[in-house]
Design a protein around this ligand. Structure first.
Ligand code: ADP
Length: 167
C-alpha cells in the first residue's frame, strides 16, 4: 500500500520525483501555488508548457522541474467551484487520477500534491480534501511508493489530518 504523509510547507522546496501544480487552463503560470512553482522553476518551465496549448480542467501534463529539486512538475487545472452541481467533484477527482497516472507512467516513486482548487478556485476545503485522500488511497500504485499532501497553512494541515483520521 502507498504511504501517505501530510506536511505543512512550501511545495517548491520539496525534493520528490514530482510535485503537482494547481495550474490554470493556460498552463502558462498564474497566482498562488502556480506562481510560486513557476518562479522557483525558472522561465524554462513556462517555455516547456507553451507547446501543450493549454489543458482542460481535470486533465494533467508533465514537464521537467528545471531549477526545482523535484524531477518533474505535473500541471493540472482544477475546477472552479460554482455550487457543486457543475461536475466539480468528478473534475477534481480526475485531477488526482490523471496526476497519479502520469507519475506512474514516468516511474515516479514520490509525488507531492498541492491542495488543488482550494485557493482562488474556492472549492470547500474539507470536501476537496476528502476527494484527494479517497482518490489517492484507492489508486492502484505500482511505482509510486509515497504520496505527500503539502498543506500551506495550519487550517489546511488540520483538515488533512482530520480526514486521514477518518473524522
Ligand atoms: P487554485 O486556483 O487551484 O485554487 P491556488 O494556488 O489558489 O490554486 O491554491 C491551491 C492551494 O495551494 C491552496 O490551498 C493554497 O493555500 C496552496 N498554496 C499556495 N502557495 C503554495 C505553496 N508555495 N506550496 C504549497 N501550497 C501552496
Amino acid at each position: 500500500m502507498v504511504e501517505i504523509e501530510v506536511i505543512q510547507g512550501d511545495i517548491t522546496k520539496l525534493k520528490v520525483d514530482a510535485i503537482v501544480n494547481a495550474a490554470n487552463r493556460s498552463l502558462l503560470g498564474g497566482g498562488g501555488v502556480d506562481g510560486a512553482i513557476h518562479r522557483a522553476a525558472g522561465p524554462e518551465l513556462r517555455k516547456a508548457c507553451i507547446p501543450f496549448g493549454g489543458c482542460e480542467t481535470g486533465e494533467a501534463r508533465i514537464t521537467p522541474g528545471f531549477r526545482l529539486l523535484s524531477k518533474f512538475v505535473i500541471h493540472t487545472p482544477g475546477p472552479v467551484y460554482i455550487d457543486g452541481l457543475h461536475d466539480e467533484p468528478e473534475l477534481l477527482r480526475n485531477c488526482y487520477l490523471n496526476s497519479m497516472d502520469l507519475a506512474e507512467k514516468n516511474g515516479c516513486e514520490s509525488i507531492a500534491f498541492s491542495a488543488i482548487s482550494t485557493g482562488v478556485y474556492g472549492y470547500p476545503k474539507k470536501a476537496a480534501t476528502e476527494i484527494a485522500v479517497e482518490t489517492v488511497s484507492k489508486f492502484p500504485c505500482q511505482s509510486v511508493k509515497k504520496v505527500i499532501f503539502c498543506c500551506f497553512g495550519d487550517e489546511m494541515l488540520k483538515i488533512y489530518q482530520e480526514v486521514l483520521a477518518g473524522k
